[in-house]
Ligand binder design. Structure first.
Ligand SMILES: [Zn+2]
Ligand SMILES: [Zn+2]
Length: 414
């Protein structure tokens, strides 16, 4: 018989590791809901046009889209990231702005699997639509930052840039093209810089790095409104004590960004894969998906990367999760069935052994489970209408009347 395995580029997350994932999402949800963001659940696949419209010039869309034709002949794609789906939902339902949403879920890219890159990865993020107020940029950037600090990450660098808008960017791109014309670029960009000169700034190859050291910077070429906006974002972050590094090379992989863009880099990870998240403003995105002009900003954090960064810093460990009570029943299991049910109904976590195992074997399971207390029902207890409560760490034990068990245990577990 074939033994099936998880598809290439995917992986299973099992307990106890999965408890960390739960905790991470709960921590994230708690933080952003406190700031007024509500959960949005959107489909994991969309009309392929949703993603094509927003990222024509990008690798994510051109080479890595996980798209296919379904049985009805529709071209669909598994979402490569979260923003386009949430903005598509906004355009479709037109909730009252400002619309502040969060999401957590998988994203998909069809690419050759390699270390740290999965065909299915997981993201948590927020999107806020309906205002271009710079204070919202500050709020969003600070939220992303505080997720990292709540996790206990201390070696994270916040990179900040402004990509300008339709007014100032085209002129800057011409200036940049003119500069790059005479520069010695890597092979890919020597041929491709005309089409998307911004990507050259982002190139990690030595040739492009050296050639663009003295390249004109977009932050020095912003129009007045963009410059004022960016200054307010920076002042806001300063006032909140959120430290950032200006990064004129930061252009992000998707081409819908305008004005504020940012990235969180984990210094404890290798530089090629140290981005734990990022985001920015996308004031034209809603329009490009057929909606009314609606400014917006958001960020996405990679769950796998965040956990790698946490491992590298030795923070946010896999939580010790165990039940409080292990019920040991050597009378056939009926007592264990009733006791676990009553305890759980009273909000006390409890588990038991199955298959009529020996007392010794049941105690071994109890130890392995990490439970603090065991409730023991043997022939003597059954006959006397009692239960023996044993402290699995210290070894003390006491006898309790069967009818008083739940109340007694509840006091101990409080
Ligand atoms: Zn290059
Ligand atoms: Zn501008």
């Amino acid at each position: 018989m074939t033994e099936f395995r998880a598809p290439v580029g995917t992986r299973d997350v099992l307990p106890p590791e999965s408890a960390r994932w739960e905790r991470l999402v709960a921590l994230f949800a708690g933080l952003v809901e406190q700031a007024g963001y509500g959960l949005v659940l959107s489909p994991m696949f969309e009309d392929v046009g949703v993603f094509e419209r927003v990222g024509e010039g990008t690798d994510v869309v051109r080479k890595e889209m996980y798209d296919f034709e379904d049985k009805g002949g529709r071209r669909v794609a598994l979402r490569p990231e979260g923003t386009a789906s949430v903005v598509r939902a906004y355009v479709q339902h037109r909730p009252t702005p400002p619309f502040k949403a969060w999401y957590a879920g998988p994203g998909f890219r069809y690419e050759r699997p390699q270390a740290g890159r999965f065909r299915q990865h997981h993201q948590m993020g927020v999107e806020a639509l309906g205002t271009d107020d710079a204070d919202l940029d500050v709020e969003v950037v600070a939220l992303a930052w505080s997720v990292c600090s709540r996790l206990g990450l201390s070696q994270v660098t916040l990179l900040l840039n402004s990509l300008g808008d339709d007014v100032c960017r085209p002129a800057y791109l011409e200036t940049l093209r003119a500069f790059l014309r005479d520069a010695a670029l890597c092979d890919e960009h020597a041929a491709g810089y005309e089409k998307n000169p911004l990507r050259v700034l982002d190139c990690k190859r030595d040739a492009c790095r050296a050639a663009t050291d003295a390249a004109p910077r977009l932050v020095d070429n912003l129009c007045e409104p963009c410059a004022v906006h960016f200054a307010r974002v920076r002042a806001g972050l300063d006032s909140l004590g959120v430290a950032y590094t200006l990064a004129s090379r930061l252009v992000r992989g998707l081409d819908y960004y305008t004005r504020t863009t940012f990235e969180l880099a984990a210094d404890a990870l290798e530089s090629a894969q140290n981005a734990v998240g990022g985001g920015g403003r996308y004031d034209k995105l809603a329009q490009s998906l057929g909606g009314p002009p609606t400014p917006g900003i958001g960020f996405g954090l990679g769950v796998e990367r965040l956990l790698l960064a946490a491992d590298a810093e030795g923070v946010f460990p896999v939580p010790q999760s165990s039940v409080d009570i292990w019920v040991v029943d050597t009378t056939g299991g009926t007592a264990a069935l009733a006791l676990t049910h009553e305890l759980r109904a009273a909000g006390i976590s409890a588990d038991r052994s199955f298959d009529g195992r020996s007392m010794k074997s049941q105690f071994r399971s109890a130890d392995r489970s990490g439970a603090r207390l065991a409730l023991v029902v043997g022939d003597n207890e059954a006959a006397a209408g009692t239960v023996t409560l044993r402290d699995l760490r210290g070894g003390d034990q006491e006898t309790i009347g069967r009818a008083d068990v739940v109340e007694h245990v509840r006091k101990l577990c409080r």
